[in-house]
Design a protein around this ligand. Structure first.
Ligand code: ADP
Ligand code: ZN
Length: 810
């Protein structure tokens, strides 16, 4: 008898052992999904492998209920990776795997309680359980309600009633929503004598023979292709099948997400000396097939992509896979086009711009080894490449690599880890590296590759800083369009050149004030101001998605007149229409472009010079290469400067560097206008002179002084719940226990807090946090583990989660 180790998609901190399914099944391989019994339910499990030791005899090992896949969705080698993640991020292994896999793949059973006829007559009223009334009224309880009851004493009551025959407990399996797609196909049965055929059948057969001959003898013909040629084919095919002339069957097909991609330039004939020098260091490491981390620090427009592409080609020559991570889906469009142009069919895409079905198909192509180059966003770090030899992380400093809910992983860090486990080269690229990565390069942990010049020695853009404190609202321009900016936009328009206007906020007005009481309209669930979206005529909470009508009265005083204050990208676009009516203005942000089709259309229009001014959020800030953009306006650089975060200075520098880097990438020199209320801010100064080493020195000495990363590691313990007292109490109890642990001898660990989080209320939850700082990883993790596992038993109304290496302290 073999025993199998299974991780279930449930919050359990250990794996489970099952036996093979009772009814015969095909080959069982690690990486397949299974349906397994757990505490009276059926849940999805992931097969990790065989159990080495025989479990103790008194345990009753249950068999697997069903094998859900015919082929593995991830490789046995990935199990090591998943295990490391589970332990480092203090997250259940099965949930780690579920997070890594494409969405919609969870199959589980759920219970429902149904009232029987006898129950209708006999069921006693039961005042203390409000759901009893619902059961009587509706005749049944939904799986959601049933699940809640199962966690309470009500469960025993329901079981009792089942014995009495008053209710029935029905268990149903909900299948995963994402599946392999198939299409109806027809194959000719090569054969002997033809039976007598009707005219329609003859016609269909003739068409089919023609198509088959054109496609090659082996290929089945798609039914819809045939039907598009002859509408009577459907009926005739039934006849042909009955007469044994054709075989009708289903064939798995991939949903193709690509459609058209962006146009790309031809590969350059010669590398620049800097590019050659970088590749001379990289390529030997690729050939040696060992772990080697590199930081590629290249100014914007220095030709980093060409380095990625050449390193990728060398890796494929070694018959190993390539993984390219991009922080943002709009930027993925630019990189994926280049990789597809170079490597064609071998490329797979994995990001949220694809539908769930498309993503699943891309995943299968990788798992089957059909695609060996993966371009994707954060979650593509889990891609099932069997043997990655190169992992590229473009714009490695970008905080889009940090997942901010559920499994709070940092994909850039995982890239380094996965490369180490796989013996691969990891290449982190950026014009404005994160302070931590640059520190690793300075101290020899990473090899530093530098591209200090733009291609063809093009100059970096000239930067002008506009002090918004001195700007009076002139001649009807709204306050955030300084005369300098308007003038520059006009000049650019006159020359037929393109401009980008960057503002890190969506919507029309990000603050709504009441005319009578002066208070701002905040979301009832979150203590944050709601943003007005004019196009939708709604106020929207950007944290929880809560919506209010614009015409609804002030929630504080019932006043009827609200005024919109402050700016968002929607307002910028509208104002531009007024100031520069002749300009063709487009907008790129999550409101206008959440789908691949939408942002590709905007990017293409930009490349085709059909847009004069592109307004947008960080979606326009990163990586794009628009040769005719010669002006970049940063409308309000201060957004972000006041944040209570030790990385704020670094972030502002990076943002200005990135957005500014979009200007002057072609033959025409570029300029950048930064509007700010804090022109003397050090980060703005340094960004203006493009002095990264000075920024690094400034930030690193700050962090050394405060003992922040990279001189320590952090774990933020987040405590939340709907009851304010319970949350605060839990935070204090945890902190008290932690202080005790430190007194009892855990060294090198420091506790900061507890304190309410800066966003102290979100989605109806009160939030507190407790920051743990440690010099050594091991003792820090041990400390947090003991704190959470052994610490004070917490109120059931409170949830505790760990944010390891937090990047967002809000
Ligand atoms: P980065 O990612 O460093 O900002 P890109 O990789 O987008 O810059 O390169 C900028 C432009 O330079 C692209 O149009 C690219 O095709 C071009 N380019 C790259 N390498 C060379 C080269 N060796 N010779 C000429 N053009 C090049
Ligand atoms: Zn909200």
């Amino acid at each position: 008898m073999t025993y199998l180790e299974v991780a279930v998609a449930a919050p359990l901190d250990h794996t489970l052992t099952y036996g093979p399914p009772e009814r015969g099944s095909g080959l069982l391989r690690p990486g397949m999904r299974l349906l397994v019994p757990l505490a009276g339910r059926q849940v999805t499990g992931y097969l990790l492998g065989e159990v080495k030791e025989t479990p103790p005899g008194h345990w009753k090992i249950k068999p697997i209920t069903e094998v859900l896949d015919e082929e593995p969705l991830f490789s046995a080698r990935q199990v090591t990776f998943y295990r490391w993640i589970a332990s480092y991020y203090h997250y259940p292994l099965g949930e780690v795997i579920r997070t890594g896999l494409p969405g919609g793949l969870v199959t589980a059973s759920s219970r429902r309680v149904l009232l029987t006829e006898s129950g209708q007559r006999n069921l006693p009223g039961h005042a203390s359980y409000p759901w009893v009334e619902e059961l009587v009224r509706k005749g049944q309880l939904t799986p959601a309600v049933t699940r809640k009851i199962w966690r309470t004493k009500g469960r025993r009551l329901v079981k009792q009633w089942e014995q009495e025959g008053w209710v029935e407990i029905r268990e149903e399996i909900r299948r995963s929503t994402t599946r392999i797609r198939t299409e109806s196909c027809i194959t000719l049965i090569p054969g002997s004598e033809l039976p007598a055929l009707k005219p329609s059948e003859q016609k269909t057969l003739a068409l089919l023979e023609e198509l088959t001959a054109a496609a090659g003898q082996e290929e089945p013909i798609l039914r819809r292709q045939l039907s598009s040629l002859y509408s009577g084919a459907g009926q005739a095919l039934k006849g042909l099948a009955a007469k044994g002339v054709v075989r009708l069957h289903e064939k798995p097909v991939y949903r193709d997400p690509l459609g058209e991609t962006l146009a790309v330039a031809d590969p350059p004939e010669h590398l620049t000396p800097e590019q050659s020098a970088a590749l001379e260091q990289l390529l030997p490491a690729v050939r040696q097939q060992r772990f080697a981390p590199f930081l590629l620090h290249g100014v914007t427009g220095s030709g980093k992509t060409e380095i990625y592409l050449r390193a990728a080609a060398a890796t494929l020559n070694q018959s190993r896979g390539v993984l390219v991570l991009v922080p943002e889906i709009a930027l993925a469009a630019y990189l994926e086009a280049q990789f597809i142009a170079r490597f064609g069919e071998r490329v797979a895409l994995l990001h949220s711009g694809l539908s769930a079905g498309e993503r699943f198909d891309q995943w299968l192509r990788i798992a089957r080894g059909e695609a060996t180059v993966v371009v994707g966003a954060r979650s593509a770090i889990f891609a099932p490449l069997s043997d990655p030899g190169l992992i590229v992380v473009d714009e490695e400093h970008d905080n889009g690599y940090k997942q901010e809910d559920g499994l709070r992983y940092q994909a850039r860090d995982l890239a380094v880890l996965r490369a180490r486990q796989a013996g691969a080269v990891v290449l982190l690229g950026s014009a404005t590296p994160s302070i931590t990565s640059y520190h690793h390069a300075r101290t020899g942990k990473y090899q530093l590759l530098t591209l200090a010049k733009r291609i063809e020695d093009r100059p970096l853009p000239a930067v002008q800083v506009v002090d918004l404190r001195r700007i009076k609202t002139v001649s009807g321009y709204p306050p955030l369009f300084s005369p300098d900016l308007v003038k520059a936009l006009k000049e650019n328009l006159g020359r037929g050149e393109q401009s980008l206007l960057f503002l890190n906020r969506r919507g029309y007005a990000n603050l709504m004030l009441c005319r009578s009481c002066g208070r701002s309209v905040t979301c009832g669930q979150c203590q944050v101001a709601m943003t007005m979206h004019k196009g939708r005529n709604e106020l929207l909470c950007h944290y929880c998605g809560h919506v209010r009508a614009v015409s609804a009265p002030c929630p504080s005083c019932n006043g009827s007149e609200l005024i919109g204050v402050g700016f968002g990208t929607e307002r910028l676009q509208a104002e531009l229409g007024r100031i520069l009516p002749a300009a063709r203005v487009a907008r790129l942000d999550r409101d206008t472009c959440s789908k691949r089709r939408d942002y590709l259309a905007v990017l293409r229009a930009m490349h085709n010079l059909e847009i004069d001014i592109l307004v947008g959020t960080q979606m326009i800030a990163k990586g794009h290469h628009f040769p005719r953009v010669t002006l970049v306006g940063i409308v309000w650089a201060d957004a972000g400067l006041g944040l209570p975060d030790f990385r704020a200075g670094e972030r502002v520098y990076q943002l200005i560097g990135q957005v500014g880097g979009r200007a002057g990438r072609g033959e025409w020199p570029g300029r950048v206008i930064i509007q700010t209320h804090q022109p003397d801010h050090a980060s703005i100064h340094l960004a203006r002179s493009n002095d990264y080493p000075a920024l690094y020195e400034q930030e690193i000495s700050l962090r050394r002084g405060l003992g922040f990363p990279p001189f320590s590691r952090l774990i933020n313990i987040r405590i939340k719940g709907r009851d304010e007292q319970a949350v605060a109490g839990a935070a204090r109890a945890l902190a008290g226990y932690g202080k005790g642990l430190i007194r009892s001898g855990i060294r090198g660990v420091q506790l900061l807090g507890p304190a309410p989080a800066p966003l102290s209320r979100l989605r109806g939850n009160y939030r507190w946090q407790l920051l743990v700082k440690g010099i050594e990883v091991e003792s820090l993790h041990l400390f947090c583990q003991r704190l959470v596992r052994e610490g004070p038993g917490l109120d059931r109304r409170v949830m505790v989660s760990l944010d390891v290496d937090p990047e967002n302290m809000l």
